[in-house]
Design a protein around this ligand. Structure first.
Ligand code: HAM
Length: 451
């Protein structure tokens, strides 16, 4: 019966002890992207298989080996998205966003699906934060999206990432490069895997990112694309580097980066970590000037990147980066008896409307067990509510950290407690500022909306 209680290989649950951290990171990233003019786009989790065949490319590992493809009940071939660019471009074309002011800048935070061999940092269901910028061929845009990724890592305090950039040229200069690759790989033909033999004629560049150990060893000696760039691609790449320099972004040129997807042209880049094992590429992207035409649209030079959220979280953990703590229960009301429970329900309703994180007993525990529970969940304040309190109209508010007890009137409790809670949040906030690495953390993220 393990099937019923075990998640599918390569997938993982995010439990409450971790989900608040991911939510903080996602929210922070979305806010930084908004400062760069990126707005959220949401597209379906599945698309026509043909969309990925045409965009990602039917000689890539992703399309040939890794897609979750099935026929739906209407006999259509459907694929769970292996990445976010194809769907975003499809939506851009379908909704005529090319008629809006360009560039159109979108971001997404989505799940993706690839049937890969699971290992640390490599899952079959994973999550990407991605951005796409449609409608500009300027190298300034290449540098801008790289600077967005860099800004995100910098804000989160990530230290050891290396930015590697390359240019893989345009269809004109690529043709010559493909020929050089073809001759190189043809000389080692007998050693290539079956898939790469097929790629030798159709798309020899894809042999460069084959995951088979023999093919990847042979690929190390292959000619690199930079030697073949045409004047325009070379000038574009030089300009990107000039922009990066004035933006104070460190980078290295790595001529072996080709990326595993077919749509790329000109600039490609990766942010690589040495600290999380072999799956160290936390973010990858580049230009894809021909994709819109490939899908039947006009020429729309575009570019983007995606970062793997699971890999980013691994990096944050490996570097011991502290994120703001989980929001704690502000007030726990411990009722004794049915009347008190009804009063507690009334009070928490009013408090929650004030934005306070308030709980009361919904299990039927005795007072002692309730106090133990309140302690366990780290409640900041506790109020015990019995018939005596209801009769006298007075309750004792206990600060669980200091043990200090304050008498409060039941009639004005919700309003009075809101005041106490705001004071507590402000005190906490000034502590956060003096002790945190994340010196300009968003107020609402820390206060959980209680302001
Ligand atoms: P990609 O390099 O295939 O590019 O994936 C981007 C990032 O997603 C990787 O750098 C990695 O962090 C994460 N990732 C990929 N596969 C897995 C996996 N199996 N498990 C965990 N994380 C993974 C793209 O997807 C392009 N669409 C990026 C892009 C956007 N280019 C232009 N615009």
């Amino acid at each position: 019966m393990a099937l019923l209680t075990q998640a599918i290989k390569g997938t993982q649950d995010t439990l409450p002890k971790d989900s608040y951290k991911i939510r903080f990171v996602e929210q922070t990233i979305a806010e930084i992207a908004a400062n760069f003019g990126f707005k959220e786009i949401r597209t379906p989790v599945f698309e026509h298989t043909e969309l990925f065949n045409r965009s990602v490319g039917d000689t890539t590992d992703v399309v040939q080996k890794e897609m979750y493809t099935f026929d739906d009940k209407g006999g259509r071939s459907i694929t769970l998205r292996p990445e976010g660019t194809a769907g975003a471009m499809r939506a851009f074309l379908e909704h005529g966003l090319f008629n809006e002011p360009l560039p159109q800048k979108v971001f997404y935070q989505t799940s993706c699906y690839r049937y890969e061999k699971p290992q640390a940092g490599r899952l079959r269901e994973f999550h990407q934060f991605g951005v796409e910028c449609f409608g500009t061929d300027s190298p300034a845009a290449d540098a801008e999206i790289i600077s967005l990724a860099s800004e995100i890592f910098g804000f989160l305090g990530v230290k050891d990432l290396e930015l590697q950039i390359n240019s893989i040229g345009c269809p004109t200069c690529r043709a010559e490069y493909q020929n050089a690759l073809k001759s190189y790989f043809a000389s080692r033909k007998d050693e290539l895997c079956g898939t790469c033999l097929d790629r030798l004629d159709r798309n020899p560049m894809r042999i460069l990112d084959c995951k088979s150990p023999v093919c990847s060893e042979i690929a190390k000696g292959a000619p690199t694309v930079l030697e073949f760039l045409c004047d325009e691609c070379k000038a574009h790449f030089d300009m990107v580097q000039k922009y990066l320099k004035v933006m104070n972004i460190d980078f290295v040129v790595n001529p072996t980066i080709v990326r595993g997807l077919d749509y790329y042209t000109k600039t490609v880049f990766e942010f690589v970590s040495q600290g999380i094992g072999s799956q160290g590429t936390v973010c990858g992207g580049g230009r894809y000037d021909g994709l819109a035409e490939e899908l039947g649209g006009n020429h729309v030079p575009s570019l983007g990147f995606a970062m793997g959220m699971e890999r980013l979280m691994l990096v944050l953990e490996a570097q011991g980066i502290e994120l703001p703590p989980e929001e704690k229960c502000n007030l726990y009301i411990a009722p004794a008896g049915e009347n008190a429970s009804l009063k507690a329900a009334e009070l928490v309703t009013a408090l929650r409307q004030e934005g306070i994180y308030a709980l009361f007993d919904t299990v039927g525990r005795g007072i002692k067990a309730q106090m133990k529970y309140a302690n366990k969940i780290g409640a900041e304040y506790v109020v015990v509510l019995g018939d005596n309190e209801i009769e006298s109209g007075k309750v004792e508010l206990k600060n669980m950290e200091s043990g200090k007890v304050t008498e409060m009137s039941l009639a004005t409790f919700a309003d009075d407690f809101s005041g106490v809670s705001i004071q507590q949040s402000v005190a906490k906030l000034s502590d956060e500022f003096s002790s945190s690495d994340l010196s300009n953390v968003d107020l609402s993220a820390i206060l959980g909306g209680s302001f």
